[in-house]
Design a protein around this ligand. Sequence first.
Ligand code: UD1
Length: 338
Amino acid sequence: MNKKVIVTGGAGYIGSHTVIELIHAGFEPIIIDDFRNSKPWIIDRIQEVSDAKVLFYEVDCQDKDAVETVFKAHPDAAGVIHFAAYKAVGESVDKPIAYYQNNVGSLCVILELMETYKIQHFVFSSSCTVYGEPKSPIVDELTPIQKATSPYGDTKITCEKITEFEQASKGTLKAILLRYFNPIGAHESAKLGELPQGIPNNLVPYITQTAKGIRKELTVFGSDYNTIDGTNVRDYIHVVDLAKAHVAALNYAINKSGSFCEPFNLGTGKGTSVLEIIQTFETVNNLKLNYKIGPRRAGDVEQIYANANKANKVLNWTCQYGIAEALEHAWNWEKTLN
Ligand code: UD1
């Protein structure tokens, strides 16, 4: 099997860490990214960390002709890992069309080209957001998908469905849908991490920017939830563990016979509250964070964490890092940024 893998969004937060792990595992990633949510120097960093030359194309995934030039140059690629997408829940409410055009449009371009070039192995970035507000906080892959509460969430559900229908219709795809819980942290080298544009929406980049003095204080969105300490509970997973799961998923798809479309939860299986994240951040990094308790954020799920037994068993993958290391790495990364 050829070791080339096309990675859309390969300069992004999860994409860049996955490219590193693909190289470690002997794959040859070919990055497609147009830097709308990253920076060209991330490519240099990937090469520095991996000590390898990485092939890279500055292309918008919605532009089929441009993406096709990449497929034409690498018709022998073993598979595609598709990260390229918008990911901000709040922004998606303001710009629904942009979210459907980009997230759903790009997926259609990729699946069409995979069919044309007879590339079978596909790994898609989905999200635990597909479970909505679940009846029980711990969800496995059989937990029902619920109606989305944001365009972002709906694009993930729609992309999963399109992939399932495409697989059923053509009978050639070997597709894996990876439902991420909350990715946090940065590369241990502090050379790669998250690059939020503007004010961060997500908890951990907001925390690191507050600790650095870029933001005045963190607001904890609600402390009156029915949880361990009243704040929301999530399953925070180190981005490097998440990245490694993509390699495991790709290998699983390559080694499994037949055509399929299978979902996997990627989480640690452990729930952590917002206050526990803050306290751990303060302890591991030996600093005090300026924060206050504020009102709930509209649309937040009370608590959700993964039953990741399927990924543990079938992909033979488990998380190696805990939240303490993730929060230490996130802070080390933040300190390197200007
Ligand atoms: C959500 C989705 C996730 C999606 C992500 C994209 C769910 C369960 N999760 O993550 O699938 O990929 O958006 O961005 O739908 N918080 C604060 N103060 C802040 C920021 C966050 O208290 O300034 C709290 C939130 O209320 C939440 C937790 O921190 O309880 C995590 O928030 P965030 O990092 O935004 O991720 P989710 O909303 O869980």
